[in-house]
Design a protein around this ligand. Structure first.
Ligand code: FDA
Length: 389
């Protein structure tokens, strides 16, 4: 069978590319249904883009690489598409846009766009091998127990990263990249909860509080959640993309207040109050009790010198924690790193060395922050490749 363009992967990027590539297009995927990550994303409502999306929200060895694609297909372009399909949406927080109804609306929209463009879709199809054939590609597939050879002038690899293997994530894109001489940067789970020694935070499981979480020069002011195995919540997921094993993170538990001044004025107003009681006014009670024990806080406010209050305030604003690890690809929202952008055109996503070979979406070494940025990269890189064909 012959096609102009074969797209491997019917996820966010692959479906978007299919809607924009001209000629005879076939999309194949080993999963039973297309766009499964879209369907479960954003708690079933899909945080499909972010009003503030800009290159600054992406991590890559080459931070300039994403600029061209993001500029030529923006969050406003995607919003136009959503509007044309009558999908209602709302901003939840920090520019994050979600469907009012269901993430399934986004999958249906992409399938409709793909259909209008005349592309075909084969689900439950295994990709057995990929080979260069003259100016094109020979790809061996297995479908309904039979092998099918597809010849394609263009091959778009959109099989994503390694996060959530249970949902069908594989390292296929990296294998194909290496097969064709492309470098792949180190990959690691990102947007992932961080783990600590067993029982370190178990008694606090379920407690949430607003923090600023920092690692190196990067920080995020959002909510943090204690879990049975460690820390999660948006602030921690964000900072996990910047954390590597052995690093510590710093958590400011009072990002919106000056705890030193607050403690001093409390000492003046009600010096007989126990330190632990005062802390419980500033933080969720269970967390305050935990810290009072861990930091051996004793006595009432009047007993505390300025230096002691300063030391406590510093601890509250700079709680240094060393995670033992992360929850890994099992729960990570994305894979950090991927196909080295040095080998790709930033305008088209096409290989600089193998004409007709494209890599798009999460497989590429471009990783967005939490908040709709990763889908925006899937849309923008998918459109860049599709339009180039
Ligand atoms: P994607 O993973 O979507 O698609 C890859 C496709 O390739 C899949 O259909 C897979 O079955 C197929 N495939 C893989 N290996 C194959 C093989 N060997 N053979 C055949 N087919 C193969 N982002 C965001 O911006 N907002 C959000 O709300 C969320 N929420 C979210 C929740 C959860 C739980 C996760 C895991 C992730 C998110 N994300 C997100 C991230 C977002 O889902 C992700 O960045 C994009 O789906 C990436 O799109 P791609 O098309 O590159 O890969």
């Amino acid at each position: 069978m012959q096609v102009d363009t074969l797209i491997l992967g019917a996820g966010a990027a692959g479906l978007m590319a299919a809607a924009h590539a001209g000629g005879r297009v076939l999309v194949v995927d080993h999963a039973k249904a297309p766009g499964e990550k879209i369907r479960i994303s954003g708690g079933g409502r899909c945080n499909f883009t972010n009003l503030h999306a800009s290159p600054a929200n992406f991590i890559s060895r080459n931070p300039h690489f994403c600029k061209s694609a993001l500029k030529r297909y923006t969050q406003w372009d995607f919003l136009d598409l959503v509007a044309r399909h009558g999908i209602a949406w709302h901003e939840k927080t920090l520019g994050q846009l979600f469907c009012d109804n269901s993430a399934k609306d986004i999958v249906a929209m992409l399938l409709a766009e793909m259909k209008t463009a005349g592309a075909d879709l084969w689900q439950s199809t295994a990709i057995l091998s990929v080979a260069r054939d003259g100016a094109g590609f020979n790809v061996t597939l297995e479908r309904d127990g039979r092998q099918v050879m597809v010849q394609a002038a263009n091959l778009i690899v959109a099989t994503g990263g390694k996060s959530i293997p249970k949902m069908g994530a594989t390292g296929l894109a990296y294998d194909i990249a290496r097969q064709f001489g492309h470098a792949v940067t180190d990959t690691r789970p990102a947007l992932v909860p961080l783990t600590f020694q067993p029982e370190r935070f178990a008694p606090l499981a379920g407690v949430a509080t607003s923090v600023t979480a920092a690692c190196g020069q990067t920080s995020f002011a959002e909510a943090m959640l204690f879990t049975h195995r460690g820390l999660s919540g948006p602030a921690i997921l964000q900072i996990s993309s910047y954390w590597v094993e052995g690093d510590s993170i710093t958590v400011n538990l009072m990002p919106d207040a000056d705890p030193y001044e607050a403690l001093r004025s409390q000492r003046q107003a009600s010096g007989r109050r126990q330190l632990g009681t005062v802390l419980a006014q500033m933080l969720p009670t269970r967390l305050a009790d935990h810290l009072a024990t861990e930091w051996a806080l004793a006595g009432n406010l009047a007993d505390q010198s300025d230096a002691k209050l300063r030391a406590l305030a510093d601890r509250l604003t700079g709680w240094a924690l060393t995670p033992t690890g992360s929850e890994g690809y099992r729960t990570a929202e994305v894979t950090l790193g991927g196909i080295d952008t040095d080998g790709l055109s930033s305008q088209s996503m096409m290989s600089k060395t193998v004409p007709g070979l494209y890599f798009i979406g999460e497989a590429v070494d471009v990783t967005g922050w939490l908040g709709g940025y990763n889908f925006q990269w899937a849309w923008s890189s998918g459109v860049a490749a599709g339009r180039d064909i």
